[in-house]
Design a protein. Structure first.
Length: 100
Protein backbone atom coordinates (compact mmCIF):
# COMPACT_ATOMS: atom_id res chain seq x y z
CA UNK A 1 0.00 0.00 0.00
CA UNK A 2 1.40 3.44 -0.84
CA UNK A 3 2.32 5.97 1.85
CA UNK A 4 -0.74 8.05 1.00
CA UNK A 5 -3.95 7.59 -0.96
CA UNK A 6 -6.49 10.16 -2.02
CA UNK A 7 -10.04 9.98 -0.68
CA UNK A 8 -13.15 12.03 -1.38
CA UNK A 9 -12.82 14.00 1.85
CA UNK A 10 -9.04 14.11 2.31
CA UNK A 11 -6.18 11.64 2.25
CA UNK A 12 -5.24 8.46 4.09
CA UNK A 13 -1.62 8.03 5.10
CA UNK A 14 0.39 5.12 6.46
CA UNK A 15 2.75 5.98 9.33
CA UNK A 16 5.41 3.96 11.13
CA UNK A 17 5.79 5.27 14.68
CA UNK A 18 8.96 5.11 16.76
CA UNK A 19 8.17 6.05 20.37
CA UNK A 20 10.69 7.25 22.97
CA UNK A 21 12.81 9.06 20.38
CA UNK A 22 15.17 11.89 21.26
CA UNK A 23 12.87 14.43 19.59
CA UNK A 24 9.58 14.60 17.72
CA UNK A 25 9.79 14.50 13.92
CA UNK A 26 7.60 13.60 10.97
CA UNK A 27 9.10 12.90 7.56
CA UNK A 28 9.01 10.71 4.49
CA UNK A 29 9.89 7.10 5.10
CA UNK A 30 9.71 4.32 2.56
CA UNK A 31 7.37 4.18 -0.41
CA UNK A 32 4.94 2.39 1.93
CA UNK A 33 4.81 4.77 4.88
CA UNK A 34 5.84 8.03 6.52
CA UNK A 35 8.07 7.93 9.62
CA UNK A 36 7.07 9.55 12.89
CA UNK A 37 9.54 9.74 15.77
CA UNK A 38 7.91 10.66 19.08
CA UNK A 39 9.35 11.43 22.50
CA UNK A 40 6.18 10.03 24.09
CA UNK A 41 6.17 6.44 25.39
CA UNK A 42 3.83 3.84 23.89
CA UNK A 43 1.64 3.56 26.99
CA UNK A 44 -1.95 4.58 27.65
CA UNK A 45 -2.31 6.36 24.30
CA UNK A 46 0.54 8.82 24.94
CA UNK A 47 2.21 8.13 21.60
CA UNK A 48 -1.09 8.44 19.71
CA UNK A 49 -1.79 11.67 21.58
CA UNK A 50 1.55 13.07 20.42
CA UNK A 51 1.24 11.73 16.86
CA UNK A 52 -1.99 13.44 15.86
CA UNK A 53 -0.90 17.05 16.50
CA UNK A 54 2.49 16.33 14.88
CA UNK A 55 0.82 15.10 11.69
CA UNK A 56 -1.67 17.98 11.77
CA UNK A 57 1.20 20.48 11.93
CA UNK A 58 3.08 18.76 9.08
CA UNK A 59 0.01 18.97 6.84
CA UNK A 60 -1.17 22.40 7.99
CA UNK A 61 -4.55 21.27 9.30
CA UNK A 62 -6.24 21.40 12.69
CA UNK A 63 -5.71 18.58 15.17
CA UNK A 64 -9.32 17.44 14.84
CA UNK A 65 -8.85 16.88 11.08
CA UNK A 66 -6.54 13.92 11.82
CA UNK A 67 -7.99 10.59 12.98
CA UNK A 68 -6.65 7.06 13.38
CA UNK A 69 -8.26 4.58 10.99
CA UNK A 70 -6.25 1.49 11.94
CA UNK A 71 -3.33 0.41 14.08
CA UNK A 72 -4.17 2.24 17.27
CA UNK A 73 -2.01 -0.12 19.36
CA UNK A 74 0.67 -0.96 16.77
CA UNK A 75 3.69 0.77 15.27
CA UNK A 76 2.14 0.86 11.80
CA UNK A 77 -0.88 3.12 11.66
CA UNK A 78 -3.31 4.31 9.02
CA UNK A 79 -4.49 7.90 9.51
CA UNK A 80 -7.14 9.97 7.78
CA UNK A 81 -6.55 13.67 7.23
CA UNK A 82 -9.70 15.60 6.33
CA UNK A 83 -9.49 18.66 4.12
CA UNK A 84 -8.76 19.83 0.58
CA UNK A 85 -7.55 16.75 -1.28
CA UNK A 86 -5.27 18.63 -3.69
CA UNK A 87 -3.59 20.67 -0.94
CA UNK A 88 -3.06 17.59 1.25
CA UNK A 89 -1.66 15.59 -1.69
CA UNK A 90 0.75 18.47 -2.43
CA UNK A 91 1.86 18.51 1.21
CA UNK A 92 2.48 14.75 1.17
CA UNK A 93 4.42 14.94 -2.09
CA UNK A 94 6.46 17.88 -0.74
CA UNK A 95 7.43 15.82 2.33
CA UNK A 96 8.75 13.10 0.03
CA UNK A 97 10.61 15.61 -2.17
CA UNK A 98 12.36 16.99 0.93
CA UNK A 99 13.53 13.52 1.96
CA UNK A 100 17.26 12.86 1.54
Amino acid sequence: MPAFTLRDDGIAIAVRVTPRAARDSFAAGTADHFNARLTAPPVEGAANGALLPLVAKAFGVSRRAVTILAGETGRLKRLHIAGDVAALANSAARLYEAAP
